[in-house]
Design a protein around this ligand. Structure first.
Ligand code: EPZ
Length: 423
């Protein structure tokens, strides 16, 4: 797998355009399976998770063409209903194809996605919702083998506002017979992006962004041209990197409404933030220290996003004072902290709580990425650290950050991707 080599201590300054949202393009690519003709999706990020989703669509019989951050998807001949085990293991969020495959083929067979680097990632909410929609799940160990005589609308209440479960239900419901109501639905911007795409295709979905989403099943969905929203987690990561290096940067293609909690905390930390129509600037070159924000608790949207936690921990590792991080979403999100300790950070972890004591300096060394956002945290730390940092297993980072080396080089970062290329 590739590695990133960073020579730290240089303030990040300049202008960078933020990529399209990974967590939007994946469910929208699943939704394209439902179209009776071509879909053109714009502003897609060229990341390895996108290529995994392309492999899944191809395995199902869809034709895809990717060029210049646009992807054309033709699902007219996509009659497959199985996702190969290798692909399920490559990207566990492939589970969100389940609802779309069932809608097209009335049958779906996927291997149990299992856990991943940050937690067990159960799918009980997905399964119980589909059962309410007239889906029969055959218990075969290691596989989810399901079929339906026809998807039926249902009134579903989620015990947790699961993003993936909300998306799977929307995809199963959009052509189901009848009306589906999702109570306690996830409210993330990516859910609204999926709703908007489904409606452009001829769907009848409303309420995304609130905790009640209503989907009235339609008979047909046609192709559509659609532009993905910006990636709020990539923007959060880069903002933390500029703050950690005391830089000064402007990020284009940003929806600041999706970043309000992160921007508020960066202001509390002493950064000067200015918001414009579709961009945001951050100035930290005039501050000699970053203030701690004392307590951060990750929450479902619109709370502080769990995915922005790791880069923010790296920033607080260099703040003045101590910060208590409470990770409420995933049970194993702190593996990267052991690597930050190797760089001189002072952080104590107990279960889902990390107490970060800010230090004056971090030191470059060889560290390992264990997951996507943990790897991003190591990038932020390496850019601020004194000396050279080598981040092994950088393929994890390439899953969600399009050319992270190019973006940070454009800001003056001394960073190289070695033995790169999408895994
Ligand atoms: C999506 O994952 C994102 N991934 C994650 O981003 C993000 O961290 C997460 O939502 C929360 O915002 C994609 O969109 C591809 P969940 P998802 O279902 O759908 C529990 C990244 O780095 N749960 O909202 O898997 C689960 O255990 C990734 O970009 C159940 O208990 O998240 C977790 O504690 C990481 N049963 C919580 O809900 C279920 O059936 C949140 O999971 C499903 C989930």
């Amino acid at each position: 797998m590739s590695k990133l080599v960073i020579n730290g201590g240089y303030p990040l300054c300049g202008v960078v355009r933020i990529q399209g949202a990974k967590n939007s393009v994946l469910p929208i690519m699943a939704a394209a399976l439902l179209a009776e003709d071509e879909c053109v999706i714009e502003n897609v990020p060229d990341i390895s998770d996108l290529h995994s989703a392309i492999e899944i669509l191809s395995a199902l019989g869809a034709q895809t063409t990717l060029y210049e951050n646009k992807i054309v998807i033709d699902s007219r001949y996509a009659k497959g209903f199985e996702i190969p085990d290798t692909l399920m293991r490559k990207m566990r969020s492939s589970i969100m194809f389940l609802g779309a495959i069932l809608s097209v083929s009335k049958r779906a067979k996927v291997s149990f996605p299992g856990g991943c680097e940050i937690g067990n990632r159960p799918i009980d909410l997905h399964i119980s919702a589909l059962k309410k929609m007239n889906v029969t799940i055959h218990d075969t160990f290691g596989y989810i083998d399901c079929e339906t005589k026809g998807l039926l609308g249902a009134n579903i209440t989620l015990s947790f506002p699961s993003v993936g479960a909300t998306e799977n239900i929307m995809l199963a419901a959009v052509k189901a017979d009848g009306v589906t109501v999702i109570n306690n639905a996830a409210k993330e911007p990516e859910i609204t992006d999926l709703q908007d795409f489904l409606n452009v295709m001829g769907g009848r979905v409303s309420g995304a962004g609130t905790s009640v989403i209503t989907i009235s099943g339609v008979k047909r969905l046609h192709g559509a041209r659609y532009k993905i929203i910006p990636d709020r987690i990539v923007a959060s990561t880069y903002l933390c990197a500029v703050a950690a290096t005391r830089g000064n940067a402007l990020f284009k293609n940003v929806d600041t409404q999706h970043l309000s909690v992160v921007l508020s905390l960066l202001r509390d930390a002493g950064c000067k933030i200015d918001e414009y129509h579709d961009s945001v600037s951050i100035e930290c070159d005039k501050i000699n220290h970053v203030d701690t924000v004392n307590l951060i608790r990750t929450m479902p949207y619109p709370g502080f996003p769990t995915d922005a936690g790791p880069p923010f921990v790296s920033l607080m590792a260099l703040a003045t004072g101590s910060t208590v991080f409470v990770e409420t979403i995933f049970e194993n999100r702190f593996k990267y902290i052991g690597e930050l300790l190797r760089m001189g950070a002072n952080i104590k972890v107990e279960g889902r709580v990390a107490v970060v004591e800010g230090v004056n300096r971090l030191y470059g060394t060889s560290v390992e990425a264990y997951d996507l956002r943990g790897g991003a945290a190591l990038c932020v730390a390496g850019l601020a650290a004194e000396g050279e940092t080598e981040i092994l297993n950088a393929g994890y980072i390439e899953r969600g950050y399009e050319h992270i080396d190019r973006d940070l080089q454009e800001l003056g970062g001394k960073i190289e991707l070695i033995d790169g290329g999408l895994q």
